[in-house]
Design a protein. Structure first.
Length: 450
């Protein structure tokens, strides 16, 4: 059995040599050359802290402290590269696996990656000197200023020609999964989520989410978007183009979406409930992705059923002719409808109509400034008073309603002549009517040529 002992001793010596090998093969001396070549390939400065070689469990090289970009747009805690040693003797070297840990990509990094993809789309006819079989990414995050997307993991598989076949991405909690299949110059995207909360913008909770589309180096076209959330459904399509700046456009169909929780996310003190139906159309064009939100424009017809407006009592405000502006209370309605236009951070509601058991609103316009200030006018109809124009003021958090100047003056005169009740009502109608006549005349004078 001496031969067996000799084999065991040789194997133990081999393991000891493999374990000690990293201490005798310093690789940090190659860092400057690797940084130079990587910077030229990526068109961004690359820095590396350490490089280490290990022979167990398979021969591999570990690179730590990788930063790409002057501002650290890409930061990588560790990259481990496992080559196929036998392929070192062949014309094309094979990398069995690349594993990336603790990857952080900033918003600027995403924009740089999009530009790099466009630059590389021209391609080259010369085959690469190496081929990668798969890439694994662990604990990856994307930082958008104050918000982050992630953590998530991903795996990219390549074919024998070195072209990517498929990428599978999944959130760490398993609630979101996306698959990207590569088809020549296109990338087919199929993403699904269940019980997933959006970490960018309002923290919307999706019961289910499905997105299907096709992406290229110049943009993406998501032809199928479907979601269920807050008791309702959303479907539609969207496209984004980054070949020259950033351009976004799309349309959605919203059905029976409960507004109460969504409104509280946008403003803690703003309150509206009810089931929303709407068909918004949106678009945005900007020089970079960071400017898209400010450039967003949206138009939509909307209808809300069986809801409540919190913070304002329209009926009480219409009945109050001479007091201070009304604040607080609530307005219950059967239906609220109109048209919404959003641009430059402001909102404009037109064609407003509200139907309720004790009153109606037949026409009106309300604007919300980027600073959340309210302005406008609505026309309330109360059974005892008829049509009463009401000015809208205050803020989204503290709205105010008060009769117009003409209405209040007419109500006061009517009260003095005919007494409270009937006199107030008649005077308010006359005041509102006269004010409307002068308002129309003023508009004509401002536009004499029309």
């Amino acid at each position: 059995m001496k031969w067996l002992k000799r084999i065991l001793i040789a194997f133990i010596l081999l393991l000891a040599f493999a374990a000690a090998l990293p201490f005798f093969v310093p690789l940090d001396g190659y860092i400057s050359q690797i940084e130079k070549e990587a910077s030229a390939a990526l068109h961004h400065p690359v820095s590396i802290k350490h490089i280490r070689f290990a022979a167990l469990p398979l021969p591999h090289v570990t690179i730590t402290g990788i930063t790409v970009g002057k501002r650290g747009n890409f930061r990588l805690g560790r990259m481990r590269v496992t080559p196929d040693l036998l392929s070192l003797l062949r014309p094309v070297r094979v990398v069995r696996n690349i594993e990336l840990d603790d990857l952080l990509i900033t918003r600027q990094g995403l924009e740089s990656a999009a530009a790099l993809a466009g630059r590389g789309s021209a391609g080259t006819s010369q085959p690469p000197p190496f081929r990668i079989e798969n890439i694994r990414i662990n604990n990856a995050r994307i930082a958008f200023d104050k918000a982050q997307l992630g953590p998530f993991g991903a795996r990219v598989d390549f074919n024998m020609q070195g072209d990517p076949l498929r990428t599978v991405l999944a959130s760490s909690d398993g609630k979101l999964k996306a698959t990207v299949r590569f088809d020549k110059s296109q990338y087919r995207v199929d993403a699904n989520a269940a019980g997933w909360t959006l970490s960018l913008g309002p923290p919307l909770l999706f019961d289910k989410l499905s997105i299907k589309g096709v992406a290229t180096n110049d943009g993406a076209d998501f032809s199928e978007v479907a979601a269920s959330l807050y008791g309702g459904t959303v479907s539609g399509k969207a496209s984004v183009d980054w070949s020259k700046g950033m351009h976004l456009e799309g349309e959605l169909d919203i059905n029976h979406l409960e507004l109460q929780q969504i409104a509280s996310m946008l403003s803690p003190d703003a309150g509206i409930s009810g089931k929303l139906d709407a068909s918004p159309v949106f678009s945005a064009s900007a020089a970079s992705a960071s400017q898209l939100a400010d450039a967003l424009q949206l138009e939509a017809k909307f209808d809300v059923q069986q809801g409540v407006l919190h913070g304002v009592d329209i009926k009480k405000a219409a009945s109050n002719m001479i007091k201070q502006p009304e604040a607080g209370g609530e307005t219950r309605f059967d239906e609220l409808s109109g048209h919404l236009a959003m641009a430059h951070g402001g909102y404009q509601f037109t064609q407003l109509k509200i139907s309720a058991s004790a009153f109606t609103v037949d026409g009106g316009e309300v604007s919300i400034s980027p600073e959340k200030k309210l302005s406008g006018r609505i026309h309330a109809k109360v059974t005892a008073l008829g049509s009463v124009p009401l000015n809208v003021g205050g803020t989204v958090d503290s709205p105010l309603l008060y009769p117009t100047g003409g209405t209040m003056t007419g109500a006061a005169i009517g009260t003095m002549i005919l007494g409270p009740g009937v006199g107030t009502s008649v005077g308010a109608k006359v005041g509102g009517f006269v004010e409307g006549m002068f308002g129309k005349k003023k508009k004509k004078e401002e536009n004499p040529k029309k």
